[in-house]
Design a protein around this ligand. Sequence first.
Ligand SMILES: [Zn+2]
Length: 306
Amino acid sequence: MLSLIDNPPPWPNGARCAVCFAYDFDAESLLHLYYPSADVTRRMGAAATLRYGARVAIPRIAKIWKHFGIRQTVFVPGWCIEQYPEAMEILISGGHEIGHHGWLHERVNQFSREDEEKIMIAGIRAIEKATGAPPVGYRCPSGAFSEHTLDLMIEHGLRYDASLGGHDIPYLLERPDGKSIVCLPHDNSLDDWTQYVNFKAADWSMPVQSPDRAMDVFRADFDAAWKHGGLWTAVWHPFVSGRLARAEAQVGLIEHMMEKGDVWFATCAEIAAHIDGLVERGEWSPMVERLPMWPAPAEQIARPSR
Ligand SMILES: [Zn+2]
């Protein structure tokens, strides 16, 4: 077979690939972020759609994962953790990992370093309070990783990032002093917004695809990861992929994965710990991305004049 990933990591028990259904449980944080005024209080239609994620979809998704005996990861803004203790209890008691996803879903590359740190600490505290332990991993809301994010993650004890997409397999993000964290990459092809979301409040209007068509995309990425030793980690949202027909399609996708066999279903934290262990024992060498990627903007020899 022509292998298309050079040097894939060895997965536990000889598995062909690793899989984590990583959800972003954003609920109405998006609405409060986009409309930070009293205006938000009259947006009932959007609020109901987003609240569906907390009230209906999280219990449904947890039920699916329990049915298949898998534990997965849900990234949650701190504000949502405080708003929805019942949904959080379902996830925590099910053994699922709760990852850091900001406080109110802030795009942190729009903030000062000081404010980004404030947001990071608030999210960590919310998770500590709910689970009894600090988070291990972070997914920047909207993928808005800043030039300070890696530093702040290392300073605050986070062990992995799930925001970037620089490879098909885990790699390291390293800062100039040599300290690093694991990056668990994904691509937009595994984000459910591109398939399903038609949501005026978020200024996002994609044609809504059928679950079969969306699963074609998600399944193709899984089949390739399975064949070549990759990592399959989704960016799904309860209010999107937890809707009834799409939840049914998720069941079908997990059945497909299980029928193929030799798949390691794990939380992102477990996958990152596995990678850390391989590196520490010298059993595998990942790609290393040193940040910042550029010391300064590229010099331009000419600028458009018309
Ligand atoms: Zn999000």
